[in-house]
Design a protein. Structure first.
Length: 365
């Protein structure tokens, strides 16, 4: 997998403790002691200092706090959205999160850091309070967030004001926070270009859940790929699945019941592609002689079904490792700049795609 050129952006100048001291006409040491409730400072001065800090929008700097309290040598890896049980029990979730965790753990262990892993349920993630609290409590040296759904980003203000090392994986959120993600739109466009190159013009699409960020990007790539080739997006060829095999089966069956079925089906993950292949074979169609099928993720199941499934490889372990490397950079150098890294996906050609045959035929067997 290729790593695209990383973009880097300097952050805005923050209010620092010197600004508070200058505003009040006090020494930096006095302000620091007051903010930390030292008994060496009068209560009236503490009130003045805290009021001024609030007025100037000053937050205790993460690095200053780290110098005074020491490092915990612990990085938080938070999955925002979903349920903890599903990550370990649903194959689609396991195949997504496990390699990311491997990449993060591999990189952090080399530097002597421990990993704290937690899944934040969707309802709590929508409120955005959990991450903000974790940052403010100061027991972590940095946080890596894996975001799959569109959620509240209220924690960003806290991270920015405290200059806290924070990295987002699997998404680039609309804030100046370092991120590492796979270019899912580019991956989907590669699929469409491949199918069109084989002569397919009627291409069905089985996408993921409507709030899922990966699903949104892959759908966008599907649409753009068709439009760039001068093809129309047909509503009857669009389905929204749930990443599971059964939805691939159901929607492939629905496609083939149409008066004019698609000659190729692009599924937004491999599990749904496996389901589509199973349904097509059960209906008597040959894959790829009658209809082509493409998946996404390059999971192991693509290699064990017959025919082996053409898919898109996204190196999730690399995403995890690059994300861990970035949070270590922020811890080491300070949050003076942010970086955004796009990982280039790779189209893996296997046995499930072939030139468009024209007329669909069911086998008699």
């Amino acid at each position: 997998m290729k790593v695209r050129k990383t973009s880097q952006k300097k952050t805005k100048k923050k209010v620092v403790i010197d600004d508070v001291a200058r505003y009040l006409g006090l020494s930096k040491a006095t302000v620091s002691l007051a903010l930390n409730d030292s008994p060496l400072v009068a209560d009236a001065t503490k009130v003045r200092v805290k009021a001024a800090a609030k007025k100037l929008n000053y937050r205790v700097n993460y690095f200053a706090s780290r110098l005074s309290h020491g490092s915990s040598s612990t990085i938080g890896l938070y999955v925002l959205g979903g349920e903890a049980e599903s990550i370990w029990t649903l194959p689609s979730s396991w195949m997504f999160y496990h390699p990311i965790m491997q990449g993060v753990t591999h990189r952090l262990s080399k530097e002597g850091y421990r990993l704290l892993f937690e899944v934040i349920p969707t309802e709590e993630a929508l409120e955005g309070k959990v991450i903000a609290t974790a940052i403010q409590e100061g027991f972590l040296d940095g946080i890596i967030l894996v975001i799959q759904e569109d959620i509240s980003y209220s924690f960003v203000d806290v991270a920015t004001e405290m200059e806290f090392p924070l990295v987002v994986l699997n998404a680039r959120i609309p804030y100046d926070i370092s991120s590492v993600k796979v270019d899912n739109e580019a991956g989907a466009k590669k699929v469409i270009a491949h199918l069109i190159g084989l002569g397919h013009k009627r291409i069905g699409y089985i996408g993921g859940p409507v709030r899922d960020l990966n699903a949104i990007e892959r759908y966008r790539g599907f649409v753009h790929g068709l439009k760039e080739a001068g093809l129309h997006v047909r509503d009857e060829y669009l389905k929204s699945g749930n990443w599971q095999i059964q939805s691939g089966k159901q929607f492939a069956t629905d496609f083939m019941a149409l008066k004019e079925p698609p000659s190729a089906i692009f599924c937004a993950n491999d599990q749904m592609a496996v389901g589509a292949v199973k349904a097509l074979k059960a209906l008597g169609y040959r894959v790829p002689a009658d209809i082509s099928v493409v998946g996404y993720d390059d999971s192991e199941m693509c290699k064990v079904v017959s025919p082996n499934i053409t898919t898109v490889k996204q190196s999730l372990e690399v995403m995890g490792e690059v994300g861990a490397q970035e949070v270590l950079r922020l811890i080491r150098d300070g949050v003076t700049s942010t970086r955004h890294t796009n990982l280039e996906p790779e189209l893996i050609l296997r046995e499930s795609t072939a030139p468009c045959s024209g007329e669909l035929q069911r086998s008699s067997g």
